[in-house]
Design a binder for this molecule. Structure first.
Ligand SMILES: [Zn+2]
Length: 64
């Protein structure tokens, strides 16, 4: 599951499983009113995932 967040205020819009988004989606943020246009492949959650992986890889040798 990935958290889909507002691009403007980062409010949680909804959560979706992988492949749950099959086409373009427009959703209005309830907090700030921004229309978020989502596509099947969201760049933001993917980027965060990669960063987390890189960080864990670099910090696995505490006795270096
Ligand atoms: Zn918002």
């Amino acid at each position: 599951m990935v958290n889909i967040r507002c691009g403007s205020c980062s409010a949680l819009l909804f959560r979706a499983g992988q492949g749950a988004i099959a086409n373009d989606i427009e959703i209005k943020c309830r907090r700030c009113g921004t229309i978020n246009h989502l596509r099947p492949v969201e760049p933001e959650p993917d980027r965060q995932e990669r960063q987390a992986r890189n960080n864990s890889c670099g910090s696995t040798s505490p006795r270096d």
